[in-house]
Design a protein around this ligand. Structure first.
Ligand SMILES: Cc1cc2nc3c(=O)[nH]c(=O)nc-3n(C[C@H](O)[C@H](O)[C@H](O)COP(=O)(O)OP(=O)(O)OC[C@H]3O[C@@H](n4cnc5c(N)ncnc54)[C@H](O)[C@@H]3O)c2cc1C
Length: 321
C-alpha cells in the first residue's frame, strides 16, 4: 500500500490531479529565492458574488498590498475562460504566487492547483479566499460589511500566499501495523477489524486485563449478556495470529508521521520495546463521573449506576427485559 506524503509533513487529498501524473505537466519553474510576485484573481460568479460584494473596490484594495503585481476580474474563475486567463497572466506577468478570491477551497482548490501547475508553477503556490460562502452568501443583506470582510479575507490570503513555498510529494511505504491504545471493547473491536483485514496489530492495555468498562456491565437493555460478549472478544483477540496483546503496558513515546510511526512501550516491570506502525488508534475510554453532587460519597444510599449493577440479581434484571 502506498500513500502520498508531502515534504512539509502535511497530508493532501488524493483528489488532487485526478488521473494525472507529474509527466502530464510542463516542467516546474524554480521560484526558490525569488521575491514573491502575487497575482490576485477575483471571481464575480454572477450574481452570487457581485450581487453583494463590491468587486471593483476589492480589486482596488488588492492592488495595493505588498508583493501584488497583478490583479484581474476573471468573471467565473472556474470556467475554461477564467482558468485560461489565470494561466496567461502567470506567464505574461511572471507571477510566482496566485490568489483566487471566489468560492470554497473544499470544492475548487484542486482545480486551481492544477491550473497553476499547468502554468509551470508548483501546485501549492496558490491560495484561496472564500468571498462567496464566507461573505456574499452569509451576508446578503449587508453588502458594505460583506465587502469589507472580503477585502480582509483577500488581504490575509495575499499575506499567506507571499510566504508559500513549493511542496513536492513523494511516495512512501506504509508500515502495515496498527497501534491501538486501550484494550476495552472499542480497542478490541478495532483490533479484530484491522487484523481480519490482514494487518498486524499491537494492542496496548495498561491494566492487567482486556475488557475495560465492560467488566462492570452486567445487563444491557437489549437483553444479551455483556459478559459473554466480553469473553468472546477477549478470546478472539488473544487467539488472533495478527494481534499482539501487551497488558500492564503503556505508550511512553510516540513519534513519526501518518504511515510511519514509532512508539516506545513500557511494561510495568520497566522493560521497554520499540515498535513501528502505520496508524494509531486511541481507545482509552472514559471514567465514570463521581464528584460530590447529590451526596455521592457522603450518604451510603447514594450510589452510581455501576455500583448499583454489581449487587443486582441477574434473574430480576432479566425479568425486566
Ligand atoms: C455506568 C456505565 C453504564 C453503562 N451501561 C451500558 C449499557 O447498558 N450498554 C452498553 O452498551 N454500554 C454501556 N456502557 C458503555 C460501555 O461500558 C462503554 O461504552 C464501553 O465499555 C466503552 O469501551 P471503550 O473500549 O471505549 O472504553 P473502556 O471500556 O473505558 O476501555 C478503555 C481501556 O483503555 C485502557 N487505558 C486507558 N488509558 C490507557 C493508556 N494510557 N494506555 C493503555 N491503556 C489505557 C483502560 O484500562 C481500559 O481498559 C456503560 C458505561 C458506563 C460507564
Amino acid at each position: 500500500m502506498r500513500m502520498f506524503h508531502d515534504q512539509l509533513g502535511g497530508q493532501r487529498s488524493s483528489r488532487e490531479y485526478p488521473f494525472l501524473s507529474e509527466g502530464d505537466f510542463p516542467p516546474e519553474r524554480d521560484v526558490s529565492g525569488q521575491p514573491a510576485r502575487v497575482g490576485v484573481f477575483v471571481c464575480r460568479c454572477r450574481p452570487a458574488i457581485e450581487g453583494v460584494v463590491d468587486v471593483e473596490r476589492l480589486l482596488a484594495h488588492a492592488g495595493e498590498y505588498p508583493h501584488v503585481v497583478y490583479t484581474a476580474d476573471v468573471g467565473y474563475g472556474c470556467f475554461p475562460e477564467g482558468l485560461a486567463a489565470i494561466k496567461e497572466a502567470i506567464a505574461d506577468h511572471d507571477l510566482n504566487r496566485v490568489v483566487v478570491a471566489g468560492c470554497s477551497h473544499r470544492t475548487h482548490e484542486s482545480l486551481f492547483q492544477r491550473t497553476v501547475r499547468e502554468a509551470g508553477l508548483n501546485a501549492y503556490l496558490v491560495e484561496m479566499a472564500n468571498i462567496r460562502e464566507h461573505c456574499a452568501w452569509v451576508h446578503p443583506h449587508e453588502p458594505e460589511k460583506a465587502t469589507r470582510k472580503a477585502i480582509e479575507l483577500v488581504r490575509m490570503a495575499v499575506a499567506r500566499a507571499s510566504t508559500l513555498q513549493p511542496v513536492h510529494k513523494s511516495a512512501v511505504q506504509l508500515m502495515r501495523r496498527a497501534l491501538i491504545i486501550g484494550g476495552g471493547v472499542s480497542g478490541m473491536t478495532a483490533a479484530l477489524a484491522i487484523a481480519d483485514a490482514g494487518f498486524d496489530v499491537a494492542l496496548v492495555e495498561r491494566s492487567d486485563a482486556l475488557g475495560g468498562h465492560l467488566h462492570n456491565i452486567h445487563y444491557v437493555v437489549e437483553g444479551y449478556n455483556p459478559q459473554r460478549l466480553l469473553r468472546d472478544l477477549v478470546n478472539r483477540v488473544r487467539g488472533h495470529e495478527r494481534i499482539d496483546v501487551y497488558t500492564h503496558t503503556e505508550v511512553v513515546e510516540h513519534t513519526g508521521y501518518v504511515g510511519g510511526y514509532r512508539a516506545i512501550l513500557r511494561r510495568r516491570d520497566g522493560s521497554e520495546e520499540t515498535i513501528s506502525h502505520g496508524v494509531t488508534i486511541v481507545a482509552t475510554g472514559g471514567q465514570e463521573a463521581r464528584g460530590t453532587r447529590y451526596l455521592l460519597g457522603q450518604h451510603p444510599k447514594v450510589i452510581t449506576q455501576l455500583e448499583l449493577e454489581e449487587p443486582l440479581p441477574i434473574a430480576w434484571m432479566r425479568s425486566l427485559n
